[in-house]
Every structure is written in structure tokens, then in C-alpha cells.
Design a protein around this ligand. Structure first.
Ligand SMILES: Cc1ncc(COP(=O)(O)O)c(C=O)c1O
Length: 448
């Protein structure tokens, strides 16, 4: 058990209150729990020298471990060699080093080109632009609860929450047709998960295309193959294969947002490989460079990227140091079999926690693929009422015990998304800590 936050931490909390945007410290925020001073491997170390097991990998970014030495060295070499060269104006060699590697590991033969960006948000934005401009069709289909970034554009087609869109509603026009994502935990009771996925596909075809938008006005379908930010929603096969069928029938692109799920997170290099489907566009970010240097990319098909000029990008997109960090990141993932590690450790954790919904009143569901695992808290198992109070208790009890799970306020699903390099015994210890924290939260819940 860690000592409570001391004066050094409180000093920074005070500064946060004074100098940072209110969203980072407002009451109810889970951000200000400790102040990181250093990171290494599976750990975060705070200003008081306390060590925390990092189950977040910084939102699935540091998949190769915090401060991976090999990736760091590559980025430093890149900086020494190039400083900064702008990719949209003066092409540099590091672009080709990365593009060749990305094409080597591509998940679909249809993906023949690569555009570079700076952030996941930028990559999604660019992918939608490639779709709309090359198809010359103004609409895309997208799904409620998905997250594609907080910028105004991406919030238009990735409405993570109604709150995030508040006051900006008029920025979005009607370019995105927004539909439910098959969250199988909260599906209608009388349907199986597969039936729910099929229902949404049928709804698109029978209702949306008949009454809302003609199929030849739609350029693509933007979807997360596993919706991690929403609370690790794993869609049924009927949904993913149904999207592919619709795209083939009506000439739409499938745009799979793998910013979070890519680079081994779900036990495959890319999550669409769980379904073995082709897609025409795929934004990548986060784990692409192990968190060492920001860079993002978009895979595209010939039709998406070679038929129309498309304006996309930002000054720092395709930074040489980011390109070389990303190349090193791929090599590290291969050298240490991190995709296999993700799958193997994910199974072990799921096996260990799968009984929790039976054992604990407040645990509604556990689900996951690879090292993207979610634990959902409820007040009532039958009604599936969300339980923010217990979720928060579990989160803070874990922090007290030196474990940092990932949690987003809103969906109240506690997530286990550690670096894919995490040592098995460290991970299993963290799972013990989560269980101990659930026991405490359950006791508190019963007292209420
Ligand atoms: C699926 C998905 N797409 C896009 C983004 C945005 O990426 P970034 O925050 O790097 O801009 C995120 C970030 O969490 C994400 O999870």
C-alpha cells in the first residue's frame, strides 16, 4: 500500500488547479491522482518516488513498454540526422524507410499506399477526406460511442459523448449518418449478439438507405473494429462481415480506425485480422511509434489514394524522427513477439477474471481481446444500471496499491491495457490488486 500523497504531490495539484484547464482537475476528475516524474518498462514513478504498475500503456501508446530503449535510440538518431524536414514539401528518406515497413506488415493486400500524419485524430480526419474526395460522395456512415478524436471534425463522425459535442452541434452539418454500434452487453434482451449485429446491418440497408441517404451519396463506413474507448465493445461477426457486404454492394470504402487497436493491442497486428476482411482505408497512430515520437499514418487502397488529389496533413506530420521511431517500433514488436505476447497474456487475464460477474454483485461484465480488456460496473445486474461510484472506488483503491488501470469517466469500464511487454507476474499481481479493490468497493456498495 502506498503512502498517501505528500507535500510534493500536493504542490503540483495546487499548480494544476491554478494553471491548467479546469477539465483536468475539476471535482470528479480522475486525472490528478499522482504526478509522474519518470517512466520505465511497465512502471510509472511519481514525484515522491512511488512506483506504479502502468496498466494504461498511456492509452495504448507505449505498447513496447515505457521508454523503450531501441525505439528511443532510433528517434534520437533521426533527430541528429534530420532535425526536422517537412514531409509534404521536401520528401525525406525516413518516409520511405517507414512506408516500406508499414506495407510489409499491412493487414490487407488492398492497402497499397501510406499517408503520414501527426496524431490519430489527424489520421482519421485524413482518411475521411480520402474517402469523400476520391468517391466524390458527401456522406459517411459512423457509429455512436466510437472515439476518433476530440477535434471538431472528428467529433462530427465520432460522437464519443453528447457532452463533448455540446455547443458545437452546428459545426457538424449532416455529413455523418450516426448509428448504434453493437454493444453486446447492452443489446436488446430478446436478441443474441449475432442477431443484434445483423439487425444494425439490416437497419442500414432497409431504413437508412431507403429514407435517409441514397447509397450513391455515401463514400464510406468509419468504424472501430473493437470500440475500446466506449468500454471495449467487441462486435459480433455479423456486424463486421455485414459492413463488408454493404461496402461491396454499394461501392463504399471501409475505413477501419485502428489508432487504438493497431500494433498488437488486441492480440493481432491489427484488429480487423480477427475477421480476416479487407478494408480500403485504415488510420493508425498511438502504438505506431511506441510513444517515443508522435507520428500517425493512414493506409489506403489505390482507389482511395491514387485517383484524386486530397489536401491533408500538418507541418509536423511525417517527422523524420517519428518515421524512424516507428520503424524501430515494428522491429521491436517482431523481435520480442509482442503480438503473440498480447494474445497469450490477454487469455490468461480473461481466464482469471471471467468468473467475476458471477462472484461480485457490482461486476456486470468482463470482456476483451488480447491486452484490451474491460471490466464493467453496474448497480443492478438485470437492469445493467451503470455504477460510477463503485468504478471510481475500484480505480482509486488500485492507485493506492500502486496499480494504474485505465478508466474513462463516462463509460465507467475499468480497462487493462498494459504495455505488451509487461512481465506475466507483474500483470497477475495487478489483477490481484484489482480484485482486492473490487472486494472493497463491493463492501462499500452493500453499505449504501
Ligand atoms: C480509435 C481512436 N481513434 C482516434 C483517436 C485519436 O488519436 P489521438 O489522440 O492520437 O489524436 C483515438 C484516441 O484515443 C482513438 O482511440
Amino acid at each position: 500500500m502506498h503512502e498517501a500523497a505528500g507535500s510534493e504531490t500536493l504542490k503540483y495539484f495546487e499548480m494544476a488547479r491554478k494553471y491548467l484547464p479546469a477539465s483536468l482537475w475539476a471535482s470528479g476528475s480522475i486525472v490528478t491522482s499522482f504526478i509522474v516524474e519518470r517512466a520505465e518498462g511497465s512502471y510509472l514513478i511519481d514525484v515522491e518516488g512511488r512506483r506504479f504498475i502502468d496498466l494504461t500503456s498511456q492509452w495504448s501508446t507505449n505498447n513496447v513498454g515505457n521508454v523503450n530503449e531501441e525505439v528511443l535510440r532510433a528517434a534520437i538518431e533521426g533527430l541528429k540526422q534530420y532535425g526536422f524536414i517537412i514531409y509534404g514539401l521536401n520528401l525525406h528518406k525516413a518516409v520511405f524507410d517507414l512506408v516500406v515497413e508499414l506495407l510489409r506488415i499491412r493487414p490487407s493486400q488492398k492497402l497499397t499506399r501510406v499517408a503520414l500524419e501527426l496524431s490519430g485524430t489527424g489520421a482519421v480526419d485524413a482518411a475521411v477526406k480520402f474517402a469523400v474526395k476520391s468517391k466524390k460522395r458527401p456522406h459517411i456512415i459512423s457509429f455512436l460511442g466510437q472515439y476518433h478524436g476530440y477535434y471538431t471534425g472528428t467529433l462530427g463522425y465520432g460522437p464519443e459523448s453528447a457532452d463533448a459535442r455540446k455547443y458545437f452541434e452546428n459545426f457538424y452539418g449532416n455529413s455523418a449518418v450516426l448509428l448504434p454500434y453493437p454493444d453486446c452487453y447492452r443489446k436488446p434482451e430478446y436478441m443474441s449478439c449475432e442477431e443484434y449485429g445483423k439487425f444494425i446491418i439490416d437497419y442500414i440497408e432497409d431504413i437508412v438507405l431507403r429514407y435517409q441517404v441514397a447509397p450513391d451519396r455515401i463514400s464510406g463506413v468509419l468504424f472501430e473494429p473493437i470500440a475500446c474507448e466506449a468500454g471495449v465493445w467487441i462486435p459480433p461477426d455479423s456486424f463486421i462481415h455485414g459492413l463488408r457486404r454493404l461496402a461491396d454492394n454499394y461501392g463504399w470504402f471501409l475505413i477501419a480506425d485502428e489508432v487504438m487497436t493497431g500494433f498488437g493491442r488486441t492480440g493481432k497486428w491489427f484488429a480487423i485480422q480477427h475477421w480476416n476482411i479487407d478494408v480500403e482505408l485504415m488510420p493508425l497512430g498511438k502504438g505506431i511509434s511506441g510513444g517515443i515520437f508522435p507520428i500517425a499514418a493512414v493506409y489506403g487502397s489505390e482507389e482511395a489514394m491514387a485517383t484524386e488529389p486530397v489536401e491533408y496533413g500538418t507541418t509536423f506530420g511525417g517527422h523524420p524522427a517519428g518515421c524512424l521511431a516507428a520503424v524501430a517500433n515494428i522491429r521491436v514488436m517482431e523481435k520480442y513477439n509482442l503480438v503473440e505476447n498480447s494474445e497469450r497474456l490477454g487469455w490468461k487475464v480473461l481466464k482469471r477474471i471471467k468468473e467475476w460477474p458471477d462472484r461480485y454483485e457490482i461486476v456486470g461484465d468482463v470482456r476483451g481481446k488480447g491486452l484490451a480488456i474491460g471490466i464493467e460496473f453496474v448497480k443492478d445486474k438485470r437492469l445493467k444500471t451503470r455504477n460510477p461510484e463503485s468504478a471510481r472506488t475500484v480505480y482509486f483503491e488500485c492507485i493506492k496499491r500502486g496499480v494504474v488501470p485505465l478508466m474513462d469517466m463516462g463509460d465507467w469500464t475499468l480497462r487493462i491495457q498494459p504495455p505488451l511487454t509487461i512481465e506475466e507476474e507483474v500483470l497477475m499481481h495487478a489483477v490481484d490488486v484489482i480484485e482486492e479493490s473490487i472486494r472493497l468497493a463491493e463492501k462499500e456498495f452493500k453499505k449504501r
